[in-house]
Design a binder for this molecule. Structure first.
Ligand SMILES: Nc1ncnc2c1ncn2[C@@H]1O[C@H](COP(=O)(O)OP(=O)(O)OP(=O)(O)O)[C@@H](O)[C@H]1O
Length: 438
């Protein structure tokens, strides 16, 4: 029986979930706040964590960071209200695997849990679930991928969370001459500071407390193939130095060992922010940036992909039909209009989740507006009508709202707010000034 921890202050809800998952052969442990959850994850092993975003003594992100800092790679699902989706997107950058929006439908939850636990077993097997899109931006994107795939250049893939950076990296690998060698993806956001070097370069027995055996690093495992480092901006300065050396000299040295090993690995990295900002604040090494930036691929957000949005909608409907054994063929015009109008801050990941839920809630082969979260309508209505064609103004309204919301959440602690928003404090101050936020 898989052991799952749910961290949720609404005990009635937690008990309902406990009963439901119990019937489906999952054992559930309940923690009602962060304090209890910290104690449980420190002493017990879980196969999955289900964490409410808003908790009495903090947010789910605090627990997420705690778990990742301890080097645990357990899958984590964040439960959030639809209004918090933008922040939930951030949780993915910090190493959560997925998020699910409230009100939670038990069948949907079960589906996400099963998906994650099964994905753990059968990693890297999702090629057929992907499509490229037919818009001009998609054509340009895949032209660039075709062009650089044949070379051995390092590549930076930049794009918002959920835009498909990992898929782009895999495609690049599969089109390269390294295609029959390993493609290893590492989420640097899910690596603790202490364990990152050992994960990448390996260690020998006794190199540090807890190193009970020799361990091969991912560089060695990927030898001959491609190493994909997702959320590269999260690597510590010390690991950045080691990475630069590995790239320049093509040599790695496991922690605690004198032996140097030659490696032939192509590096692709992904980032959701412009690494230039990290360089300005001194958090990202300039020399490493230039070594990585032999070619840059920018993945556009979903809201800028024009007619691809509709293509992706129907693609995800088909996938959900297969997964849920449904037969949704049509989408009611109102529902479709809303799907096309919404701005998708969580990009393809959010669209996939919303569509899956819509298919699940469709009683017949016609998907209706009632299958879409009510908050989507509210979010769309909040876009000021007078300037609805002015993209810059819309983005500014969204940005201002998000900053105000985040500041309220952290009781106006600017450092915390900047961290959550993934910008530096200086940028936060200048944006607050610009939008007249006290
Ligand atoms: N081309 C695609 N076709 C279909 N689905 C896609 C495609 N690209 C991405 N997705 C969906 O979006 C999800 C997120 O994709 P992916 O993990 O590649 O994004 P990402 O940009 O790397 O996200 P993050 O920045 O959060 O790591 C995938 O699990 C998949 O369901």
């Amino acid at each position: 029986m898989s052991q799952i921890l749910i961290v949720e202050d609404d005990t009635t809800f937690a008990q309902i979930i406990e009963g439901f998952l119990g019937k489906n052969n999952y054992a559930l442990e309940i923690a009602v706040d962060l304090n209890q959850a910290f104690k449980l994850v420190d002493k017990q092993e879980f196969e999955l964590l289900l964490i409410d975003y808003r908790l009495p003594d903090g947010t789910g992100l605090d627990l997420l960071k705690h778990v990742r800092d301890r080097g645990l790679t357990v899958p984590i699902i964040i439960m959030t209200s639809f209004n918090d989706v933008r922040t939930a997107v951030k949780s993915i950058q910090l190493g959560a695997f997925d998020y699910i929006t409230k009100p939670i439908n038990p069948d949907e939850l079960l589906m996400v849990i099963k998906g994650l636990l099964e994905k753990k077993k059968t990693k890297n097997n999702e090629g057929k679930d992907f499509i490229k899109g037919k818009s001009a931006v998609a054509d340009r994107l895949y032209e660039h991928i075709d062009l650089v795939a044949q070379t051995d250049m390092s590549v930076i893939i930049q794009g918002e969370s959920g835009t498909g950076k990992e898929f782009a990296a895999r495609t690049l690998h599969l089109q390269s001459k390294r295609k029959n060698k390993p493609f290893i993806a590492i989420d640097c956001g899910a690596l603790s500071k202490d364990l990152a070097a050992s994960e990448l370069f390996g260690h020998v027995k006794g190199a540090f407390t807890g190193a009970v055996n020799d361990k091969k690093g991912q560089f060695e495992i990927a030898n001959g193939g491609t190493l994909f480092l997702d959320e590269i901006g999260n690597l510590s300065y010390e690991v950045q130095i080691k990475l630069l050396r590995a790239l320049q000299e093509r040599i790695i040295q496991p922690l605690g060992s004198n032996k140097q090993t030659n490696v032939d690995v192509r590096i692709i990295v992904a980032t959701n922010e412009d690494l230039n900002n990290g360089m300005k604040t001194g958090e990202f090494r300039e020399d490493l940036y230039h070594r990585l930036n032999e070619f840059k691929i920018i993945i556009p957000p979903l809201r800028e992909r024009g007619k691809d949005l509709e293509l992706f909608i129907y693609h995800f409907v088909e996938l959900a039909n297969k997964e849920l054994n449904r037969n949704v063929k049509e989408i009611e015009p109102d529902a479709k209009a809303l799907l096309l109008k919404y701005d998708w801050p969580g990009n393809l990941r959010e669209l996939r989740n919303v569509i899956k839920r819509m298919v699940l809630l469709s009683p017949s082969n016609l998907a209706t507006l009632s299958g879409l979260p009510e908050e989507m309508t509210i979010a769309v209505d909040q876009i000021p009508i007078s300037s609805s064609s002015d993209l810059k103004a819309i983005n500014e309204v969204n940005e201002k709202n998000l900053i105000v919301e985040t500041l309220n959440k952290v009781r106006h602690n600017k450092s915390k707010a900047a961290k959550l928003l993934n910008i530096d404090r200086k940028t936060l101050y200048s944006k607050m000034e610009r939008y007249g936020i006290d």
